[in-house]
Every structure is written in C-alpha cells, then in structure tokens.
Design a protein around this ligand. Structure first.
Ligand code: PGA
Length: 258
C-alpha cells in the first residue's frame, strides 16, 4: 500500500514583504486548517527570516514548518548560508532542496545529494524537487528525471530513501499557469516509482511520498488529485492566499490510495 497520508506544502518563496503579513497569512492558514478533519499534513515554507516568528504560531497548531533550502555544511566558511542545525530549534520538519529556482542559480545534483544526507542526519525530511525544463516528443525528458533521481539517491540506503519526499515540478509549469495534464502527472508518478523500484525495491519505492508542483490551484487540484496518483502538492503562488491554499489541501484529501 502507498502511504495514505497526504502532504500539501506551501512554498512562499520571497513572500510576503513583511513579518506582520507573514504572521497574518500563517494565522489564517492555521484557522482554516481547523476545518479539515481528513488525513492531510499541511506545511508552510516561509523565507528564513520569518521562521522564528512563524514557528511560535505553528508549534501550537497542526500546521508544520518547512524551510525553502539549507546548506549541506552544519557550520564553517559558508557565507550567506543557513544550516539544518540552525533551523532545528524552530521545529522545522521539512526542508525543500533542489528547487528549480535554486538549480537555476547553479545548485548541482551533487550538492543536492549532500544536502539530503545532512538533512536526514538531523532527522528532518527533505522535499527534493525534480523536473524537466521542457518536454520533447521522443520522451527524452524521462531520462533527465531518471538522472536526477539516480543522483539524489547516491549513497542513500533504502531506509534513508524511503524517508524522502520527492516533488515532481516540471519547470515549464512553475508560475506559468500551465499545468501538466493528469495523464502527464500519472505517467510521471509511475515512472518515478519504477526508477526507485529499480534502484532499491518496490517496497522502498512505495514508501517515498511523491508530490506534484507547478501552477496548482483550487480549480485544477481536484482533477490532479483524483487521477494524478500523487501523494499531495507543492504549491507556490496559490499558497499566498490562505483560503485558496487550504481549499487545495481539502481537495487533495480526495487523492486515491494506491
Ligand atoms: P507555482 O510554484 O505553484 O507558483 O507554480 C510551485 C513551486 O515553485 O514550488
């Protein structure tokens, strides 16, 4: 059986503009979340500087906290970086790694693999993003995804890999309003599972939580939910409105168990 728990993560990126707005947004998410009784974990990923304040509010709620990135070193000569160790006291449970917006700034597969290892050592959960820049009719983009998965899993035991969340985010669908079709999403879910099963075994593959991300909104969440086969969503733009975000989470609870 696939994990029945659904995960919906709001990646706030470089938003909102002030601490007060961030507090208002998370308060609204916490309030709205109270109406959800289904089996769903909701997490928000604010900018680093808001984490201490947001943490004071999430810690008393069912909403979990995620960071948008972290360095693979715990300390040292790493100017401008934040480590998982610095995030741990604020009850940060998840850390997004390998987001395409960070890969675009030069983050490599090798660095992503090192980040995953550091995060797991801290007993936090990496949300590792994979995704192709564009699709070609020959299906070469599948090779690209396979390479990203091989690389992120390098040196990880089956037990370690089973703790990962992998977010499939086709780059062409991020922030563009263009969503992958449910068929695209379903095929990719099966493909990622088959790559993990080949690398490890089927039992391990089914333990890995798979998310879809890329222009998810309340208007398409239901369709992606019922047919896409994923275990939840990584939501960018639509996570900045509490109503919209929590509605997406509610719709995601309809994701069928596989
Ligand atoms: P989007 O972003 O929902 O705004 O497309 C998703 C993401 O970048 O994680």
């Amino acid at each position: 059986m696939k994990k029945s728990k659904i995960l919906v993560v709001g990646n706030w990126k470089l938003n909102p503009g002030t601490k007060e707005e961030a507090q208002k947004l998370v308060r609204a998410v916490i309030n709205q979340t109270k109406k959800i009784t289904e089996n769903v974990t909701i997490a928000v990923a604010p900018p680093f500087l808001f984490i201490p304040e947001i943490s004071k509010l999430t810690v008393k709620s069912s909403v979990k906290l995620s960071a948008q990135d972290a360095h693979f070193e715990e300390r040292g000569a790493c100017t401008g970086e934040i480590s998982p160790a610095l995030l741990a006291p604020y009850d940060v449970l998840y850390i997004i790694v390998g987001h395409s917006e960070r890969r675009a700034l030069g983050e490599t597969d090798e660095q992503i693999n090192k980040k995953i290892q550091t995060i797991l050592k801290r007993r936090m959960i990496p949300i590792v993003c994979v995704g192709e820049e564009e699709r070609d009719s020959q299906g070469n983009f599948y090779k690209h995804i396979e390479k990203q998965i091989y690389s992120l899993a390098t040196g990880l035991t089956a037990n370690q890999v089973s703790q990962l969340v992998i977010a499939y985010e086709p780059i062409w669908a991020i922030g563009t309003g263009q969503t992958a079709t449910v068929e695209d999403v379903k095929e990719m879910q099966l493909f990622i599972m088959s790559v993990l099963a080949k690398l490890y075994d089927r039992q391990t593959a089914i333990k890995v939580q798979l998310l879809y991300g890329g222009s998810v909104k309340s208007s398409n969440a239901k369709e992606l939910t019922s047919e896409g086969g994923m275990d939840g969503f990584l939501v960018g733009g639509a996570s900045l409105q509490a109503d919209e975000f929590v509605t997406i989470a509610q719709l995601a609870t309809g994701i069928k168990n596989k």
